[in-house]
Design a protein around this ligand. Structure first.
Ligand code: BGC
Length: 831
C-alpha cells in the first residue's frame, strides 16, 4: 500500500507559552513548551489570563489547531508586532499553507475561564473537548518568588536578580576554578544551583557511558528521528550523572575532508547539518539538559583554531553558508546555550565579536539563551561582555574580579551584567535546577535499552560503498575460513577524539563481532598486519613494514576463503587540534591492502575512520579501491560496532547508510584550504564544488548501495507554477529486489534563473530514509517553502526570485533518478 510518508514530515510547530515581552507589553503566561504533532495539550486558562504563544511555522505542513469549549478570542501577530489575523471561534486553525515560514505569536485573551485543547495535527479534533476539572485550591507559596515553581520563568528571574549583589551576579558569569573545569559557582546565600557541563557529541564524557558511533556516522544514517532518539538517551545519561548542560551538538561545517573534527560533525551539507542539529537539540533538551550547539562560528580548521585572523568572510557568504546551520537549532529548536568558537572572524575573536554575538545571534535571531565561551576562548573583559559573551569557561580569567572592577570604574554598564545573568538564570529555571528535579537513576547508563540505540545507529550508518558481483552478503554455509586482517580489526575508538571521547565499559570490535557471529562454524584467523601508522610525507613513500607481522597477515590472506581487511585511521591521526595534511592512508596500510588483494580476490575492505581516505598505490593500473570487490564504510561505530559490521557482512542487516560527505579521489581535487571563506559561496565546498568543477569524486555525496534495488517513478511537483513558493514534491519508490531494505530518497534543487549566477548546480533540500519490503512501494513527500528556495542577493536581501527551479530526486547526488521543474511567478521577500 502506498502510504504517505507523514512520519518524515518535519517537526511542524513549536509552541512555547512563555512570559514574553512584545513591543513593550508584558504577557503573563503558562510556563510550558510542547511540540505539535506529538502531544495533545490542555490549557486551563483562568479569567483574564492572557496566553501568549510563540509559534514557528516551519513549512507548509505546519498546523496548529486549538479547540476551546467556548469561543476563543485570539490574534496572530507577526514578528514585527503586526496583527495579521484575528480569531473569534471555538476552533482555531493556523496553517503553514497560507503563512510564510518564520516566527509568529498567538495572543489569547478571554473574559471567562476557558479550556483549550491543542490537538495533534494528525488526529482529528472531533469531540476532543476536555472534561471540566475541579478548581484546585491554590496554596499560598511560602518563600521568595524565585523559588516558586508555579511562577513564569521571567518573573522568577526578575525576583532573583533583584536580590543579588553585583558580586553575586558576576559570580554567575564564569567557571569555578576550584572545581572540575566544567562547573560554575554555587551561590550559598540565595541557593543558586550551578551549571554542570559535560561534553557529549556521541555519548557522555563523564566516567563510563553508552558509546555511540561518532557524529559523522549519525549523519550517515540520514535519519533525524534516530538522531533525536540518541540525543534523548545521551540526555538521560547526562542527568544520571548529575550534569545539566551538554556541550553538543558539534555542527562545524566540513570545509575540507581532512579537518580534524570532521568525525565529530554530521555533514558537508549545511541543510543536512541544520536538520541533524535540530534533532540533536530536541533530543537532549527533551531531558531538560541544556543543549549547546558549537562552535559558533566558522570553526572549521583545527590547525588555525586559536587564530584571530583565521577566517575572512563577507556577509553574504556568512549568511548563505554558515549562519543557516545555527539558525534552525537556535530559532526552531530554542537551544538554551551556544558555544562561541576559538577562532576569530574578520579579525575579531568570536567571543568578543559584537557583530556575530550581539547583532546577529541575539538581536536578529532572537536567541534567548546564553553564550558560553569555548574552553579558554574568552580573550577580554570589557569587549566580551559588551559583545554578548555571557559565560566564561572553564575558569575565571577575564570575568570575575576584572569584570567587577570594570563595572565599578564605569567601563561596563550594569545592564550588560544583568543581561548576561538573566540569560543564564533563565536557562537554569528552564532546566528545573531550582525545583528539585527528580534524579535519573545511574542504572540507565549503558543499560540494554541505551546500548540498543547505539547499535541501531551503527547498523544504519554503515555505507556499502562497493559490492562487485554481489560478493556481499557472505553465505556462512559456503565458507570454511575467514582471515580477519588489519590494524583496525581489533580496535575501538573508546577514549579517543579529544573532547568528545567516550569510554564505555566494553566495546565489540570487528574481530569480536565476526567471531561472535560465525566463530562456531567458520575458522577465523586474525593477523594485525601492520600498525595504523602516522601521516605520510606529501608524496607517497612506501614504508618499511614489520616483516614478520606483515608476512603473517599475507599468509593468512592466502589460505583464507574470504578476507575481511579492516583499515583506516584513529584518534591519534584525526582529532581536535589536529587536521590531517593528506587523504591517503597513514603508515604502510596501502601496502598491506595491495598485497592482500593481490593474494585473495575475495577481500572485503572495512574502513574505520571519521573522514575520507584515498589511495595512491595501484594494482594493474587500478586504484586499490577499484581493485577491491567490496568496501564497507563503518566509521568509528561505537560500542556495538563489531556486531553491526558482522550483521551487515552476513546479511542479517541490509545496509542503507549514505555518505554525508564526498570522498575525493585525491587531495589535489579539493579547493584550496585557506583562510578566505568568501570563496565558499562562489566556488562551493564538498559536492557543490565537485559539481561546479566537473570533477568525478571517488564516492559522491549521498552515495550508498544496498543488497536490494529501488526504483523511482511518478514524480509529481505541485503546483508547477507558484506565487507563494510552497511546493509539494512526491515520488514513488519501490523495492524491486528480494530483500527488505532502506533507501534514502534525496531531493536537490537548482535555481536556474538566479540573478547572481553563482548558485550551486545542486543543493540538497530534503531527504527521507524509508524501509521497504520486497515489492513494497511508498510515496515520499517533500515540502518546499520559500525558506528552501531563498538566497541572499548582492544587497543581502533574503528572497526568492521569480523564475524556473529544477527539481532532482535520486539515490545520491550523482544518481539522480527523476527530474522536473516549477516556476515561481513573482519575487518573495523573506527578510
Ligand atoms: C572543545 C569544545 C569542548 C571543550 C570542553 C574545547 O577544547 O573545542 O568542543 O566542548 O573543549 O571540553
Amino acid at each position: 500500500m502506498k502510504a504517505l510518508n507523514l512520519a518524515k514530515v518535519f517537526i511542524c510547530i513549536f509552541i512555547s507559552v512563555l512570559f514574553l515581552n512584545i513591543k513593550g507589553k508584558e504577557h503573563k503566561g503558562i510556563n510550558t513548551k510542547f511540540k505539535e504533532g506529538k502531544t495533545q495539550h490542555t490549557l486551563n486558562l483562568k479569567k483574564d489570563v492572557d496566553i501568549f504563544c510563540s509559534i514557528s511555522i516551519v513549512n507548509e505542513s505546519s498546523i496548529l489547531k486549538l479547540v476551546g469549549e467556548e469561543k476563543i478570542f485570539a490574534s496572530l501577530i507577526d514578528n514585527a508586532g503586526r496583527k495579521i489575523k484575528q480569531f473569534n471561534s471555538k476552533e482555531i486553525l493556523i496553517s503553514g499553507e497560507d503563512l510564510l515560514s518564520g516566527k509568529y505569536f498567538l495572543a489569547v485573551n478571554n473574559e471567562k475561564p476557558i479550556k483549550i485543547t491543542v490537538i495533534d495535527h494528525f488526529i482529528l479534533c472531533d469531540g476532543a473537548f476536555v472534561e471540566e476539572e475541579e478548581e484546585e485550591e491554590e496554596e499560598e507559596f511560602e518563600g521568595p518568588a524565585y523559588k516558586n515553581p508555579d511562577l513564569p520563568i521571567e518573573e522568577r528571574v526578575n525576583d532573583l536578580l533583584s536580590r543579588m549583589t553585583l558580586q553575586e551576579k558576576i559570580d554567575q558569569l564564569s567557571g569555578d576554578p576550584k572545581l572540575d573545569g566544567f562547573t560554575t559557582k554555587y551561590n550559598d546565600n540565595l541557593e543558586i544551583p550551578q551549571i554542570k557541563c559535560v561534553d557529549c557529541p556521541h555519548g557522555v564524557r563523564w566516567g563510563n557511558a553508552t558509546f555511540f558511533p561518532v557524529p559523522i556516522a549519525f549523519g550517515s544514517t540520514w535519519d533525524v528521528d534516530l538522531v533525536e532518539e540518541a540525543a534523548g538517551v545521551i540526555g538521560r545519561e547526562c542527568r544520571a550523572k548529575g550534569r545539566n548542560m551538554g556541550l553538543a551538538p558539534c555542527i562545524n561545517l566540513i570545509r575540507d575532508p581532512r579537518g580534524g573534527r570532521v568525525f565529530e560533525t554530521y555533514s558537508e551539507d549545511l541543510y543536512m547539518l541544520s536538520q541533524m542539529a535540530l534533532a540533536y537539540v530536541n533530543g537532549l533538551q527533551s531531558q531538560k539538559v541544556i543543549a549547546t550547539p558549537k562552535h559558533y562560528i566558522c570553526n572549521n580548521s583545527e590547525d588555525v583554531r586559536w587564530n584571530e585572523a583565521a577566517v575572512q568572510i563577507d556577509e553574504r557568504t556568512l549568511r548563505e553558508v554558515y549562519l543557516p546551520i545555527f539558525r534552525r537549532p537556535i530559532v526552531t529548536g530554542q537551544a538554551w546555550s551556544i558555544m562561541g568558537a576559538y577562532n576569530g572572524v574578520n579579525g575579531e575573536y568570536c567571543c568578543y565579536n559584537e557583530w556575530i554575538l550581539r547583532e546577529i545571534l541575539k538581536e536578529e535571531l532572537g536567541f534567548e539563551g546564553f553564550v558560553v565561551s569555548d574552553w579558554g576562548a574568552c580573550h577580554s573583559t570589557i569587549s566580551s561582555i559588551k559583545a554578548g559573551l555571557d559565560l566564561e569557561m572553564p575558569v575565571t580569567n577575564y570575568y570575575g574580579e576584572p569584570l567587577l572592577q570594570a563595572v565599578e570604574n564605569g567601563s561596563v554598564d550594569t545592564a550588560y551584567i544583568d543581561e548576561a545573568v538573566r540569560r543564564i538564570l533563565r536557562a537554569k529555571f528552564w532546566a528545573g535546577l531550582f525545583d528539585g528535579m527528580e534524579p535519573v537513576d545511574e542504572s540507565v547508563v549503558e543499560s540494554p535499552e541505551h546500548i540498543s540505540v547505539a547499535l541501531e545507529i551503527a547498523k544504519k550508518s554503515i555505507v556499502l560503498l562497493k559490492n562487485e558481483g554481489s560478493i556481499l552478503p557472505l553465505d556462512e554455509h559456503s565458507i570454511d575460513s575467514i582471515g580477519v586482517i588489519g590494524p583496525n580489526a581489533n580496535t575501538d575508538f573508546r577514549g579517543q577524539g579529544g573532547s568528545s571521547a567516550v569510554t564505555s565499559t566494553y566495546a565489540v570490535n570487528v574481530l569480536e563481532g565476526i567471531i561472535n557471529k560465525v566463530g562456531d562454524s567458520i575458522e577465523i584467523m586474525y593477523e594485525e598486519g601492520c600498525e595504523i601508522g602516522t601521516e605520510h610525507a606529501p608524496s607517497y613513500i612506501p614504508g618499511i613494514p614489520d616483516s614478520i607481522k606483515f608476512q603473517q597477515a599475507l599468509d593468512v590472506a592466502e589460505k583464507s576463503d574470504v578476507v575481511i581487511l579492516v583499515v583506516g585511521l584513529s584518534g591519534a591521526i584525526e582529532s581536535e587540534g589536529n587536521d590531517r595534511d593528506y587523504l591517503i592512508f597513514p603508515g604502510v596500510q596501502e601496502q598491506l591492502i595491495k598485497e592482500v588483494i593481490s593474494l585473495n580476490s575475495n577481500t572485503i575492505l572495512v574502513l574505520k575512520n571519521g573522514s575520507p581516505l584515498a589511495t595512491v598505490l595501484e594494482i594493474d593500473t587500478m586504484s586499490l579501491f577499484e581493485a577491491c570487490p567490496a568496501i564497507l564504510e563503518a566509521w568509528y561505530p561505537g560500542q556495538e560496532g563489531g556486531t553491526a559490521v558482522a550483521d551487515v557482512i552476513f546479511g542479517d542487516y541490509n545496509p542503507g547508510g549514505k555518505l554525508p560527505l564526498t570522498f575525493p579521489k585525491s587531495a589535489s581535487d579539493l579547493p584550496t584550504w585557506d583562510f578566505d571563506y568568501t570563496n565558499d559561496y562562489t566556488e562551493g565546498r564538498g559536492y557543490k564544488y565537485f559539481d561546479k568543477q566537473g570533477i568525478e569524486p571517488l564516492f559522491p555525496f549521498g552515495h550508498g548501495l544496498s543488497y536490494t534495488e529501488f526504483e523511482y517513478s511518478n514524480l509529481q511537483i505541485i503546483p508547477m507554477v507558484s506565487w507563494n513558493g510552497q511546493i509539494t514534491v512526491r515520488v514513488d519508490v519501490t523495492n524491486v529486489g528480494d530483500m527488505e531494505g532502506d533507501e534514502v530518497v534525496q531531493l536537490y534543487i537548482h535555481d536556474v534563473e538566479r540573478s547572481t549566477d553563482d548558485q550551486p548546480i545542486k543543493e540538497l533540500k530534503g531527504f527521507s530514509r524509508i524501509t521497504l519490503a520486497p515489492a513494497e512501494s511508498q510515496t515520499v513527500e517533500f515540502t518546499l517553502t520559500p525558506e528552501h528556495l531563498a538566497f541572499h542577493d548582492e544587497l543581502i536581501n533574503f528572497l526568492v526570485e521569480r523564475g524556473r527551479f529544477d527539481v532532482m530526486v535520486g539515490s545520491s547526488s550523482r544518481d539522480i533518478r527523476l527530474g522536473g521543474s516549477f516556476y515561481i511567478m513573482g519575487e518573495i521577500r523573506i527578510r
